[in-house]
Design a binder for this molecule. Sequence first.
Ligand code: OAD
Ligand code: ZN
Length: 240
Amino acid sequence: MNPSQKLLKLLREVKRICVLTGAGISAESGIPTFRSEDGIWKKFKPEELASMDAFLKNSELVWEWYQMRRKVVREAEPNAGHLALVELEKSCPSFTLVTQNVDGLHRRAGNSNILELHGNIERSYCIECHFEENDPEEARLKCLKCGGKMRPGVVWFGEALPETTFLEAERAASDCELFFCIGTSAVVFPAAALPEIAQRNGAYLVEVNLEPTELTPLCDESFHGKAGEILPKLLSSDFL
Ligand code: OAD
Ligand code: ZN
């Protein structure tokens, strides 16, 4: 890998950094991505599992699927890519980590300014009375308060993103000087609009991904390889 002098200078000097992550950053923690050969959406159809219609038709199946994913997430540990972003946050006066991931690994790694665009798999809430359960160990399909159905606290197909969270993400993207897009296929909107918003407002756009994506042509600089290897190297003192 061969970062430009411009990027190294920016990493040393900029005050405002925004990072967008996707499933790829958690791949090395053993959490399957969505669109790769062995990705989640190759095995399951989104409309059969990740939508309100599916949940209303077949709540138990959907609930079981999320319980299975909760277990995978619980057993996973943050990897070197997550940890590099913790160091980046420490070194930067204004740092925003926008993630499409629902696995909570950025928080467990130690980042603090995190915007979860697609919710969090550990949370669940009742579709009738909105009672909320944040402890995944206590997650159950039937609401303790009213007997209604509890759903996972994630954003499903056909649903809007949490409004204030997205507005904050848009603000961070437009205000930053350096924007990183890490481990995302960048095809799911509106999250995929953030890199462009950042660049339009003058940010330097950098991608880290296993392979070229639809975003690559737009980027000022792209690194192809594993986030868990590239990020620690890029942010190491050997370079900076
Ligand atoms: P995808 O599965 O679409 O993309 C994962 C990306 O990570 C791909 O571009 C891979 O090349 C890349 N990748 C895989 N392993 C990597 C590694 N070790 N290091 C770096 N990159 C790696 O996942 P997302 O872009 O996150 O939405 O998908 C976006 C949204 O689509 C998800 O949040 C989910 C899904 O439907 C909802 O559930 C609402
Ligand atoms: Zn309830």
